[in-house]
Each structure stands twice: as C-alpha cells, then as structure tokens.
Design a protein around this ligand. Structure first.
Ligand SMILES: [Cu+2]
Length: 359
C-alpha cells in the first residue's frame, strides 16, 4: 500500500529531525497508528511529519539520512548489547558428562522486557531473550543432551520454540506439553541435539507475529560430529523493527539488532582466510529477505544440514525461518559491501561492510 511505504521511507528523516520527541513509543501503542513516530513537529528536512505524504526525494533516510548522518549510532551501553561483539559470540552453555557418557549441555535463558535504542534517538519496547536482540547464539554438538532452563521475567507469556527434532512436549508451543510459560514461571526444555545444522529458536505465543517482531528470537547451531573446518565464524540474524506497530512492513531493518552498525564500523576479516557466516532470517511482516555480497562469491549450505556446498553464488533469498551457512574467502584488500538485495531494506538499515586486511 502506497501510504505505508511512504510512511516507512519517511520515517528515518522524521525521527532524526525530532530527536527524542520521535519516541519512545509506549508498549501499549495501538496497532493501527498510521503515523510515523514523532510526526507532530517540523520533522527535519524533507519530512512532512504528518500522514507520510509530500516527502522530498531526499527523505529516504538510509546511512546518509537525517537519523544516521555522520556516522551517528546508538548507545550500546544503554542497550546492554553490542552487535560488534555479538557477531562472533557463541554461547556453549555449561557442560557435564551424563551417566551414559554423553555430553549434557545446559543454559539458563531469561525473558525480559527491555527498551532498546534501535536508531539514534529511537527507542523500541522490545521483548527479549537475555535482554538482547537477537537472543544469545546457542551452540552445541550433534548428540548432546540439551537442557534449557527458561525463566520468564517478562510481563507477557512466552515460550522457547526450537527448530530441530524433538518430542512434542518439548516443542515450546501453546497447549502442548507445558505450553505457555506465564510471567514469573519457568520451564526446562530437555531434548537431544539433532540434526546438525544451523537452526533458530523463537517464542511461539500468539499473536505470534508480535512476539517475534518484538525481538524474541536467536540462533541455534548444532555442529556436526568433528566440527567444520577452522574459520573466522560469525552470526548474522536478519530482522526488522515495526516501530509504528501497524503490522505493515518495518521502519527499520538490521542484522544483529542495530541498523547500519557494520556500515559505521566495518567487520574486519583477513585476506584469504575462510569466513563462515551463519545467516538466519527471522524478519516479520515482510515475506522475504535476502543477502548479497559485493565483489565476491560464497559457497552456500542451506540449513547447514549437509557438508557439501549446494550453491556458489553472491546472493541468497530467504523466507522467514530459513537460514544457511555462507563460506567465503576475500582475495583482495579493501571494503566490500553486503546488504539485502531488496534495496528498500538496505536503505532502512540492512547493509554493512567487510574490511579485508592483511593477515
Ligand atoms: Cu513471546
């Protein structure tokens, strides 16, 4: 719908022009508010501020839009997480050996409501796993016995639903097994790690779209026995923020929580070293997402469930819940862009840079 698209594109200019008056949006904001947040003032250059019409051509936001201009970023300390470190963080849990000699791997994950700064001056009332968006990257090896103690300190009911193979009562959906975990309650999901591959977890309480859009998702890696070849490994979770809560697309797009963060601070990789990207799409309210790498090609392993590359490409397209492993080496020094090959998403935050340096 033209109106919502205009509103989306005008958002960053409007938000940037009004700074903190642009928000925050109260958690209970109605789902049918058609106005961009903060649309009540002069709105900065190009933005009419009301109704999303009449934007000048330079009102598209993006890395050079008002909000992010000059490399402006968010307060990672306020947020309590930083996409630049989150990129290479893998949570292996705590391990012990079971009576049958198997590795038992345990985590405690806490659901909590937290306001986070998702663009300079733009705060979003997130629902989180462990206070961050995305949640921690949980990593194990095929055959491990997993115990995930889930504690709900949010004001809303949630679950943890893992992708993988497990019994019905460990599936983390309403009305099956323990079902919904109410505020103040907890539950331990116990299941075997299978199959090896790149998976994800997310809340599965309705309205499901809102629980996901609020930030309740994370990456779940099951390594194959013996692991994969050594590499510089990183996780990229692709998602968005529907800051108007109208359920029509998103006003911001990102990997790993904050739009444009890897544009302002490129991901440094070493020339000719194998880079492995665990790429997950959990974007809500838009039917597809994509990943495109400039000036290079990568091997692609859909869902990571086979050890042979299925494709050699520079672009992959993913629906919600789809994920795959990208393996690439950079033969040349310099900066190389990566972004959604859906240019509107790229303009609204889903783009970044690799910076290739000498080993
Ligand atoms: Cu939830």
């Amino acid at each position: 719908m033209t109106g919502s698209i205009t509103t989306r594109r005008g958002f960053l200019t409007v938000a940037g022009g009004t700074a903190l008056t642009a928000l925050p949006l109260p958690a209970g904001q109605g789902p049918h508010d058609d106005h961009p947040p903060g649309g009540s003032s002069d709105g900065g250059q190009g933005g009419s501020g009301q109704g999303g019409s009449g934007h000048a051509p330079d009102a598209h936001g993006g890395i050079n839009g008002a909000t992010f201009r000059g490399g402006a970023g968010v307060d990672h300390t306020f947020n309590g997480f930083d996409p630049r470190t989150l990129l290479r963080e893998f949570d292996l849990g705590t391990t012990s050996t079971g009576p049958d000699g198997r590795t038992v791997r345990e985590w405690e994950i806490v659901a909590e409501d937290r306001e986070i700064e998702v663009a300079p001056g733009v705060r979003f009332p997130a629902w989180t796993f462990d206070g961050r968006v995305p949640g921690p990257t949980l990593r194990c090896t095929a055959g491990d016995l997993l115990r995930v103690r889930f504690v709900n300190r949010s004001e809303h009911p949630h679950t943890m639903h893992f992708h993988g193979i497990h019994p019905a009562d460990m599936d983390g959906v309403p009305m099956i097994g323990r079902g919904i975990i109410s505020p103040g309650e907890e539950f331990t999901y116990t299941f075997d790690a299978e199959p090896f591959g790149l998976h994800l977890y997310h809340c599965h309480v309705g309205p499901l779209a809102e629980h996901i859009a609020r930030g309740m998702y994370g990456t779940f890696i099951i390594d194959p026995p013996g692991g994969r070849p050594p590499a510089d490994e990183m996780v990229m979770v692709m998602h968005g923020y529907n800051t108007t809560f109208d359920g029509e697309g998103n006003q911001l797009y990102a990997v790993n929580g904050i739009p444009f963060v890897y544009m302002n601070d490129p991901i440094r990789v070493r020339r000719n070293e194998l880079v492995r990207i665990y790429l997950v799409n959990i974007l809500e309210y838009d039917p597809i997402n994509s990943f495109h790498l400039h000036a290079n090609f990568f091997d692609y392993y859909p869902t990571g469930t086979r050890l042979e590359s299925a494709e050699y490409t520079d672009t992959v397209v993913l629906g919600q819940g789809q994920r795959g492993i990208c393996e690439v080496r950079f033969p040349h020094l310099g900066k190389y862009m990566f972004h959604a090959h859906k240019t509107e998403f790229a303009d609204l935050g889903w783009m970044g840079l690799f910076e290739v340096v000498e080993p």
